[in-house]
Design a protein around this ligand. Structure first.
Ligand SMILES: [Zn+2]
Length: 267
């Protein structure tokens, strides 16, 4: 099991050898991907020249990644656990007007439909069920994690005829235990989700009473094993978005003035 780095036309991304379907986790990209726009509504972002730079970057990304001319399926992420079924009719190219529908995961059983989610510290998880022919993408920050986004994703795969036993999952770059300081409410919520399997996931932080260092990637991995995935079918990126700021955008490190990583999978 391993993540490896690929570079094409000045863009770079990582892929997991556990997932056979076309997929990738982007890093900080050249050009407009380095534009540190605010993650909050920002008038600068609406400027026509900025919108054109966004469009040009997406065209480069689409072509370098081998994605269809019609574009990608998007969400408007709200730290929930809703997963939408999408098909080819929903493909589009950014900039997006109006914003897509609120949800934190996408699923499809149609070929040529790239599912895209965004993260900049939260955990991106891409799924592939090769026998039933199903792909899914989920955004799982700490709220999504403790509200069981992984359970929602596995149930959505099963509802389309897939099986947890056959399901492959790639857990992408996110803020890692080295950097993710949390309060007791996060630790308690992770323990409520995982029970005895939460052991060791949120150790107390040295010299900071009442603070803990949480391992969200591992929490999602353990939840997937509880849901019936095989350990050899779940891959975890070692990369930390907050430590590796030359390679990734981090919401915490930039206090929200940032770009974003895209995670994409397509049958
Ligand atoms: Zn770190």
């Amino acid at each position: 099991m391993a993540f490896t780095l690929e570079t094409k036309n000045g863009l770079s991304w990582s892929v997991s050898d556990r997932v056979a379907a076309r997929h990738l986790f982007t890093r900080r990209l050249g050009g407009v991907g380095d534009f540190p726009y605010s993650s909050r509504p920002d008038p600068v972002w609406e400027a026509p020249e900025v919108q054109e730079r966004v469009r040009q970057l997406w065209l480069r990304f689409r072509d370098a990644g081998g994605f269809p001319e019609e574009g990608f399926c998007f969400t408007r992420q709200v730290h929930g656990t809703k997963i939408r079924y999408v098909d080819a009719a929903e493909r589009r190219m950014p900039p997006l007007h109006p914003c897509p529908v609120d949800c934190d995961g996408l699923i499809t059983d149609q070929p040529g439909v790239p599912l895209c989610i965004f993260t900049a510290d939260c955990v991106p998880v891409l799924f592939h069920e090769p026998e039933a022919g199903i792909a899914a993408a989920a955004h799982s920050g700490w709220k999504g994690t403790v509200h069981d986004m992984m359970g929602a994703a596995v149930r959505a795969v099963e509802a389309l005829g897939g099986s947890a036993d056959k399901l492959r999952a790639a857990i992408g770059p996110s803020i890692s235990r080295c950097c993710f300081e949390v309060g007791p409410e996060v630790r308690e919520a992770i323990e409520a989700l995982l029970g005895a399997d939460a052991e060791g996931l949120c150790p107390p932080e040295e010299g900071r009473p009442g603070k803990y260092m949480a391992d969200l990637k591992e929490a999602n991995r353990r939840r997937l094993l509880q849901l019936g995935l095989r350990p050899e079918n779940v891959d975890v990126s070692p990369d930390c978005t907050m430590c590796q700021q030359d390679a990734y955008w981090s919401h915490r490190a930039t206090k929200g003035v940032r770009g974003t990583q895209a995670s994409v999978i397509m049958l």
